[in-house]
Write a protein that binds this ligand. Structure first.
Ligand SMILES: Cc1cc2nc3c(=O)[nH]c(=O)nc-3n(C[C@H](O)[C@H](O)[C@H](O)COP(=O)(O)O)c2cc1C
Length: 197
């Protein structure tokens, strides 16, 4: 029997009403309904990581919350990120989190936590574009970290109208699109695992 896949999910926003948090949670639930998938939700508000500072790193090493997130990432098969778009880029919170996670720790090889890690990219914005420009930048960044970003992505324009009070997508076509992308990602991760097993 195949063991359940473990996916770590987080959003690049700490806002209570964050559209990206809602989208990440929705995608996580969708992944779990695909069967034999367990998603660990990490709210970055619970992982307060200071702005990257080389002097801090030299003196203290990785901040405790970055270490916690790092070991979570290492113990999961795949990653799901919902990224806000700020002026065409991922949020500073997300960039800072990924930068800290990319730092060497003990004697481990650099980028070890991201190397070949499958990542599903999602984005939600209030505006019309849905965050695709930001995802293009995030893809570049993850490529530099040697992660394996999944080709398909899901973007949600006008997220504040598209999601209802329970955080569900109102439009059945969008529900289907999200389910298709998430299901394809789960299948892709499983396939990679059976190849590398
Ligand atoms: C500094 C800043 C820059 C923004 N730039 C963009 C942008 O380039 N494209 C866009 O669609 N929305 C942009 N927005 C609006 C965000 O998409 C919107 O605030 C979104 O709700 C943020 O994500 P969250 O709901 O997950 O916190 C920007 C918001 C801020 C605060």
């Amino acid at each position: 029997m195949t063991r359940p896949l473990n996916i770590l999910a987080f959003a690049g926003s700490t806002r209570n009403e964050s559209l990206n948090k809602k989208l990440a949670v929705l995608a996580s639930e969708t992944a779990e309904t695909a069967g034999a998938v367990h998603v660990t939700w990490a709210d970055l508000r619970d992982y307060p990581i200071p702005l990257y500072d080389g002097d801090y790193e030299e003196q203290f090493g990785l901040p405790p919350a970055a270490l916690k997130l790092r070991s979570l990432l290492q113990s999961h098969d795949a990653l799901l990120i919902a990224s806000p778009e700020y002026n065409g880029f991922p949020s500073p919170l997300l960039k800072n989190t990924l930068d800290w996670l990319s730092r060497p720790f003990n004697n481990e090889e650099r980028h070890v936590v991201f190397k070949d890690k499958p990542v599903l990219l999602l984005a939600a914005t209030r505006g019309e574009a849905g965050g695709r420009r930001g995802l293009a930048q995030l893809r570049l960044l993850l490529g530099n970290l040697k992660a394996a970003s999944f080709e398909q992505e899901f973007v949600l324009p006008k997220g504040n109208e598209a999601l209802d009070a329970l955080g569900r997508l109102r439009d059945p076509d969008q529900q289907r699109q999200l389910a298709d992308v998430v299901t394809a990602f789960v299948g892709h991760v499983r396939e990679r695992q059976s190849v590398t097993a």
